[in-house]
Design a protein around this ligand. Structure first.
Ligand SMILES: [Zn+2]
Length: 262
């Protein structure tokens, strides 16, 4: 997930492992060309690691690193590279220490594989973010009402505006009219989101990308939604979200086209 130079020739590696979650390892001499770890500890790859631990020591000693999957295409596209860094950053925020994390490991592996295979980075990221939320037990309700589980139909759309549905991140997602009303009365923030964004997110969470080509603007609005929802649920701002989320909310209702009197 991360790597830092240590001393003159060594590296400290934060790795995500299936069986032990997050582990912190010292790769002694990894920058020496004669080292068996030389050139083996790049980001985005899948490795088989052997390490030893001493009781009380903060860092394990990395003994061997065997490359299982190298994903060298990712750094060739800036967008893919940024998306892959986001995957690693989110994994790093969620990875348990010294506890199994096989589901998270597989989520990261499949997101990195998709990026290596040339999947549109924004799409790979939205899919990862939705699966990541699900893995944390924080997936938003996208179709039914988060509160009562009933149908949560779109609001009556005004002329020329896109269809929207009531949504409250604090209440866990989409809401029906009655539950939205109750949530407001109890002081929760309830807004609205465009239904095309909720529908695309639901489809991606359920069955993966559609066959048809996705409009870039819809994909960007869907990413705006997943990134904002995730930031709220994690209660922190991932570093790699800073630029993307510094733009105004891409799913805000369009301002009324005519002036309102009174
Ligand atoms: Zn409801």
């Amino acid at each position: 997930m991360r790597r830092f130079a240590y001393g003159e020739s060594s590296l400290v590696v934060h790795a995500l492992t299936r069986a032990h979650g997050r582990v912190h390892l010292l790769a002694k001499g990894a920058y020496r060309m004669r080292s068996r770890l030389y050139g083996r500890l790049d980001l985005f790859d899948t490795l088989e690691l052997d390490w030893s631990e001493r009781a009380g020591a903060e860092l394990g000693n990395l003994e061997q690193a065997e490359l299982l999957e190298r994903r060298q295409r990712i750094p060739h596209s800036l967008e893919a590279y940024r998306a892959a860094l986001t995957v690693l950053e989110l994994a790093s925020l969620a990875a348990p220490e010294r506890a199994p994390a096989s589901e998270l490991f597989e989520l990261c592996r499949s997101a990195l594989n998709a990026l290596q295979a040339g999947r549109e980075p924004a799409l790979a990221l939205v899919e990862f973010e939705l699966a990541f939320l699900h893995n944390l037990g924080l997936a938003p309700a996208l179709e039914a009402c988060a509160s009562c589980g009933g149908a949560a139909p779109a609001l009556a759309a005004e002329e020329h505006s896109t269809s929207r549905a009531e949504f409250s991140a604090a209440a866990g997602g989409r809401l029906c009219t009655r539950c939205a009303q109750r949530a407001r009365e109890s002081g929760l923030r309830v807004g609205t989101l465009p239904t095309d964004v909720l529908e695309l997110a639901a489809q991606l969470a359920r069955e993966g990308p559609p066959q048809r080509e996705l409009p870039a603007a819809l994909l960007e609005r869907t990413r705006d939604f997943t990134a904002r929802f995730l930031r709220r649920q994690l209660d922190c701002q991932p570093k790699s979200y800073r630029v993307f989320l510094s733009a105004p909310h891409r799913n805000r209702p369009a301002p009324p086209s005519r002036g309102v009197q009174g």
